[in-house]
Design a protein around this ligand. Sequence first.
Ligand code: UD1
Ligand code: CA
Length: 460
Amino acid sequence: MGGELSAQCESVAAIILAAGKGTRMKSEQAKVLHCVLGQPLLFRVLRVLEGLESSLNVVVVGHQAEKVEQTCREAQIDKVAFALQSEQKGTGHAVQSAMPTLEGFDGRVLILNGDMPLMTPDILRGLLEQAQKEDAALTLLTAISAQHRDFGRIIRTDDGQVKRIQEAKDCSPEEYAVQEVNVGAYCAKADFLRKFLPKLTSSNAQGELYLTDLVSLGYEAGEKVTAVITQDISCALGVNSRADLARASAILKERKLHELMLSGVSVIDPASTWIEEGVQVGPDSEIWPGTVLQGNTQIGRDCVIGPNTQITDSIIGQNARVVHSVLNEATVGNGVNIGPFAYLRPKANISDNVKIGDFVEIKNSNIGLGTKVPHLTYVGDSDIGSKTNLGCGTITCNYDGQAKHRTVIGDNVFIGSNSSLVAPVKIGDGAKTGAGAVIIRDVAPGTVVVGVPAHDIVAK
Ligand code: UD1
Ligand code: CA
């Protein structure tokens, strides 16, 4: 009771262990930078902490420290500090390296392995609340699992008290058979850590300072060491290999697709659909097989996306269709029809009711209301009005070998097939160009130009 009262005012900090190389990944890249469902492992762990009122999150970095720090900064995650573990001498040593950053802090410290992308805020909150309620010096998260064979085993006394964690590599056959395993999330009082971390030794199979030895040290000194057994075994997945990485992505993806389906989105074939966590899709939209939706993509309601479409960091309105196409940082309005085989690049800004057909590439261009770009066309650095038609094979020649220039096309313009528009150039409202025209000078509104280079003929 008294414990609960003080618990409410107690401050919480977190330490995330992210210094290891991740030898089993067989990679030059630090393990925590490998992505699950499009996000570095470490982001996921930090995002989970966002949901808890932790006053400071100390990330222990070592292998590729600078790159890890830079990636965290890019993610703009709040209240993060970094502690350097220049030599990786084990998880206990990693926490020792973080303690100077928490100097003067005297609440509870959540300690998390940085390779647990399926951890959830609810599970951590449960761990923290239990630690506070019991007023324990150290509380561990455990799971009952016959699968996690390389995890540390929880060794309890006959009356069920946690007395030790035995790492798989140090287990006797009897210990190896134990099914209660250490998930890799802990809650400890800061003063407990200060007192017992210096007592860790490396007399074990791996010659490392094991964080897990705090359990026996605490138990033997009569400190209160407790455990919370989680029912959600999936949260325990620790990524050690690329196979684990794929498994983690698959679970996260399944969660995301499930959430979308519950909210009214049809995912025709979940197995062949990849949708990252930051993606939003409106109700009554259909996602067809082979679709990849990434980053901060937003899709409105009543859309049909796919089959075989990749959309990254793009915004799509309502009632749009995108088939067999690739969109990257594009903005697309309502009622737009895209593909098959269209490529929209950054700053392609497509207004309502536009048609973008097959083999069309658009970048850094505005396409006005109801305009049609039906086939085999390149539009770069252009502003195109409404109800205009670009014939098959239209090319905006935006690059003169030195600099990029803009093409401006008005409303109700008709560009004949196979026209080349040599930028900078302007085509006035209602103008027409003949098939094969090469337009090197501005075209006045309502006029018709033909030929190479294009010249006026009298408008009809
Ligand atoms: C650890 C636990 C094990 C638990 C398992 C759950 C220890 C000794 N063992 O084993 O009981 O069942 O996690 O997944 O803690 N790290 C550092 N510095 C180091 C070493 C590791 O920052 O010197 C970081 C790694 O980057 C990683 C995390 O600590 O994010 C865990 O290290 P890892 O080597 O994967 O531990 P496990 O052998 O999996
Ligand atoms: Ca691990």
